[in-house]
Design a protein. Structure first.
Lengths: 202, 202, 202, 202
């Protein structure tokens, strides 16, 4: 199977999730800057989740670009990832509407942790489907970020019981780690793309 | 006509349906694990419907991958399937908000049954368009799962009048049957893909 | 410009519109068949709008399949059509929530009429961009359905002031006219597709 | 990296934003023309935002059509643009529900201004990735519209504190400037498309 429709479907789901969260944003009750400022925590929670979904879309994009065929197992590993991502708007709303209370903040981290584990599972399923010496393996490399993230999420979940803002700080830290560009991956992909059939669709 | 846009449109609709259900999830009223646990039946109903829509997307993906051209009749048979699938969020919400009451649980099964019949209709319309000895026919084979599912849905609808959880059990059983991978189909498709023009886009 | 992104964007908007309407469906207040039956007019209005958006998607699909390049004017004519279609969920909700009252029923017809005129405008913009003797012109032919529909919509709008159900009957009639397959168009398109470069993407 | 998935994801997000706004439209409380007229400001605000998102989609379409490869930086610059666009439904609802009050009208302009700056950033990121003498540079030309828009938005934001309708007038003016076709860009793109590999997918 080609990767085309898996990419298209994942793009669709992530695009919808990222915009569905806008619907959770309550219009400020009064037409004043003060009323808007009162919504600031909600807007910042939205921003964090937007960045997270953006990171997942980016990484998904990179990973799928390095493979050419997918198996039935990949389709399900992908849907599994999308399931945990689909809960992001839910925990974002819970966390921000309760004013970043302890339990919802921890729950936010748990969903992020499970999404990260689902991403690793998808990566491994893809690697198994490509064989040992694939372009994907070269592109992924040691995958330090992928290994450190679940640890930081777990720390964040624990910290949110000490002080909610420490938990959030841990989640923001993971997002920042992923935002830093990873030139090595791009170089590998860029080179591989040039070796390939220039007619390769999409 | 090529299959590209039919796939893209179906991907779009199913992707939206799968995520629109998240909007039905009510944020727990209090920031406690207990309040989250109270939402557990709703979350499990969401999970079941997510899996069902995932199965339909998967099967749709496999089926369309085995055909190269579609007719006007196929477009309508496809829209007919999407109509019944579009009612899944509606019956999911009704079933879970009423605490899995008898009638909504039966209604959930009825929508699943009608979607299954619509899928069979789409399959037959595609087969007719491809001619007798097509790759699609080989890929589908005896289609045991497709024949057994409507029977199990009907049993589930009946059982939900005896005890709601028996009905749900039947629906879960059908989902599990479809989750088991079907290696034979993938093999046929894999082989066919290799025989094909490598330049074929998407 | 290629037609690819115009098709993808239109597919996206129509797919969202068709599913956004599901969100308008209120879950019946009680878990009884009677409560579901009370929602029947709303469900039937949803069905009618679903069929209409399906017809537009179908016709859009056919029309764009017969052209290979689009101009800037086409992009705007297309957005203009999508604007009127985007009001379909709005008037559907208004019409069905007021129990098919006179003014909302007429408003529903007005939106359908404006969408039909927008479709004609898009068709003419496409024809102008393709030149006089194009494949699109052959595919469209005399376009009897396209000429009769605005008249029937206007009649329906008028009739809805006499009796709402007469107006609805007119709208249902137009839908039925479009549901009848138009084999001649498909034949022209099928033949043209075979004459074309087989490597044509999407 | 190819532009395919960036286009598909952006199409998805903009398509959802443009239709999500329909959900903000409250169904008139009574089935009368008067009740519909009362919703007119809301509908006009929706129309303005629809046109703006349409303009962004159009310009995005043109710009991406003139490049063939994207870098990691482009992906993030693109997500940055989508973030500001995703706030359009939020400020549209705030502005129209408060009857075009001062602060929300200014906030609407601020979001438009930030989206315009994000678009310029995306353009510059793309230009840097393509090298100095690219087709994109030729297509963009002096980019007068892109330079004048932020100034007009700023004027509009200021004017909305004098009289709200002056602010809105400035925003409408910018929209009109962009609606006027820009034949020069299309010519450049048209010519370039003909020089290209005709097999290039999507």
């Amino acid at each position: 199977m080609r990767t085309g429709r898996v990419e298209a479907f994942s793009d669709g789901v992530i695009a919808i999730l990222i915009t569905v969260m806008v619907l959770e944003l309550h219009v400020p009750s009064e037409p004043t800057w003060k009323a808007l400022t009162a919504e600031l925590p909600v807007l910042l929670a939205y921003l964090l989740s937007f960045v997270y979904l953006g990171i997942y879309w980016n990484n998904h994009h990179h990973m799928l670009a390095a493979v050419s065929r997918v198996s039935g197992g990949v389709l399900w590993a992908n849907l599994h990832l999308l399931f945990w991502l689909s809960l992001v708007p839910f925990v974002t709303a819970w966390m921000s509407e309760t004013g970043f209370a302890t339990v919802p903040t921890a729950a936010y981290g748990i969903v992020l942790l499970l999404a990260a584990l689902a991403f690793t599972l998808l990566k491994n399923t893809l690697l198994r489907a490509q064989g040992g010496d694939s372009r994907l393996r070269t592109a992924i490399g040691r995958d330090l970020k992928g290994k450190v993230s679940p640890i930081l999420y777990t720390v964040g979940i624990g910290l949110s019981f000490v002080a909610e803002w420490l938990g959030i700080a841990a989640y923001v830290l993971v997002a920042l780690i992923w935002l830093v560009p990873d030139r090595r991956v791009e170089r590998t992909l860029g080179q591989a793309a040039e070796d390939e059939d220039p007619v390769r669709s999409r």
